[in-house]
Design a protein around this ligand. Structure first.
Ligand code: PAF
Length: 280
């Protein structure tokens, strides 16, 4: 496994792989790798013969009052995990390498990114899209992997790829959950035992919504009311949004279309922001 820090070296190495006839997969990450990331790496290995994992805590996707400085960085463990999972290249650029002085171009998707997290994190998806476009240009991956837990991010990236005719296939891996249902997230490590117990209400309320829809409920207000009620029983939880959206456009829907509508939740557990979602 090769570790590359320079953007030029990454671009050259990827170009050589391409000329060598290899199919390239990119798994973009911010490190602090968990089973969710590793499942994407394994999916990538099934389709491509060279897997590149980027590890870059992207400052551009954090708002001024967000947790960029505190975002967990576990470089040694991440490298070990990549090695153990058959990654070929780890791309680990510095912020200066990605955004050299004078950097002034940004990508802004304006529809899919406008609701849900886009409301409370107005610059987040601009940062995500910009860094992903840079990564796509540096690596030119045939396949790019993102996790379903970040449903809106997946939809935004798919839209950008379509809008800009970027020659990569975006593949979305299922959300990986703990045995009790909690969706894996790098931010889970911030949770104390009691916060974690309360956070479980997020996934369990989503599962309850899914079961309501399986029993024939298609009324969005009923589903949202049930989730909001279940979350309101937890003292530490402050809901940011509970919304049912179209899975592709991320626009709010009035009637649930099973297999097409997704319920998305974002909430604060004390000061920790968690998101989760479920296809209904
Ligand atoms: O999902 C993430 O970890 C990040 O948003 C991504 C896609 C790596 C871009 O920085």
């Amino acid at each position: 496994m090769q570790v590359i820090e320079s953007v030029q070296e990454m671009q050259t190495a990827a170009m050589q792989l391409r000329f060598g006839g290899h199919l390239i997969a990119l798994v973009p990450t911010m490190g602090c790798l968990h089973e969710g990331h590793l499942s994407l790496i394994r999916l990538a290995r099934e389709k491509a013969d060279k897997v590149i994992v980027s590890i870059f805590v992207n400052p551009e996707q954090f708002g001024p009052s967000e947790d960029f400085a505190d975002y967990p960085r576990t470089w040694k463990e991440d490298l070990e995990a990549c090695r153990a999972n058959g990654v070929d290249f780890v791309f680990h650029p510095s912020a200066e390498a990605m955004y050299p002085e004078g950097f002034s171009s940004f990508v802004e998707e304006k529809q899919v990114s406008s609701g849900l997290c886009g409301v409370s994190r107005p610059t987040h998806f601009k940062g995500v899209s910009t860094v992903c476009l840079k990564l796509f240009n540096l690596v030119r991956p045939d396949f790019s992997y993102f996790g379903q837990k970040d449903a809106q991010q997946c939809a935004v990236i798919k839209k950008m790829v379509r809008d800009f005719n970027i020659p990569t296939e975006v593949i979305v891996g299922e959300t990986v959950r703990e045995a009790d249902g909690l969706a894996l997230s790098s931010r889970n490590r911030y949770l104390s035992k009691s916060q974690r117990e309360e956070a479980l209400a997020i996934s369990s309320s989503l599962f309850e919504a899914k079961s309501m829809v399986e029993k024939g409920v298609v009324n969005v207000d009923r589903v949202i009311a049930e989730i909001t009620h279940l979350l309101s029983l937890k003292r530490r939880i402050r809901v940011i949004y509970v919304q049912v959206v179209d899975d592709e456009t991320m626009e709010a829907v009035k009637t649930i279309q099973p297999g097409r509508s997704r319920v998305c939740v974002a909430a604060w557990i004390d000061g920790i922001r968690l998101i989760d979602n479920c296809l209904l």
